[in-house]
Design a protein around this ligand. Structure first.
Ligand code: XMP
Length: 188
């Protein structure tokens, strides 16, 4: 069975561009500079562990790790998966841990990487979880910050872009499983 690829056309244009691939690449470079200079990273007694929150942050994590590596910081990475959205576009209840990390953060600083900071419940949950694992410090970074919708009293240490209150897809993020592979962040 062959995969039928349909080029985007004027008739099927795909999600509108909010942040282009070039804008994301440029911002990730400066974000990597900021993260490397973060006091928690600079003063770490043990090598920091990168923790990627699946699934939405996988592409951001890959590009950020390449940018950090190009600047001389090679991090070990691990993954965990949380859920609060289901197949909808709004949180559907408390954050639950679907899959935990396979490397413990005990005794190490963590670079926590997520796609979007929205109500803040996910980041608050992850920070509590990693502290309970014994992380000595947490530096958090998100590609997008939707400040308008904040409910939990949290903020990320390093933010890619401020994001308007719209449901976004692409660059790892989905709408019911679609659009994760788009190289840009778009709005449906
Ligand atoms: P909270 O509300 O806990 O949400 O800060 C963070 C998580 O919710 C997901 N999220 C989105 N996913 N498009 C998406 O594809 C969006 O516009 C969006 N807003 C929130 C995301 O998984 C994030 O980690």
């Amino acid at each position: 069975m062959s995969l039928e690829l349909r080029p985007r056309t004027a008739q099927a244009p795909g999600p509108e561009v909010l942040f282009s691939a070039a804008e994301i690449a440029a911002r990730i470079g400066t974000l990597a500079d900021e993260i490397i200079a973060d006091p928690v990273m600079v003063e770490a007694a043990r090598p920091p562990l990168a923790v990627c929150a699946l699934r939405g942050a996988f592409m951001f994590t890959a590009d950020l790790m390449r940018a950090l590596s190009a600047r001389g910081l090679d991090l070990e990475v691990t993954f965990l998966q949380v859920a609060s959205y289901g197949s909808g576009t709004a949180p559907q209840g408390p954050v639950t841990l679907l899959q935990d990390t396979d490397s413990t953060a005990a005794g190490r600083p963590v670079l926590l990487i997520d796609d979007i900071l929205d109500t803040g419940h996910t980041l608050a949950f992850l920070q509590t979880h990693l502290r309970a694992q014994g992380a000595t410090g947490i530096v958090s970074t998100v590609l997008l910050d939707k400040t308008e919708r904040r409910e939990a009293g949290v903020s990320a240490d390093h933010i890619g872009f401020d994001c308007p209150n719209v449901f976004v897809v692409g660059y790892g993020m989905d709408a019911d499983g679609r659009y994760r592979g788009l190289p840009y962040v778009g709005v449906l």
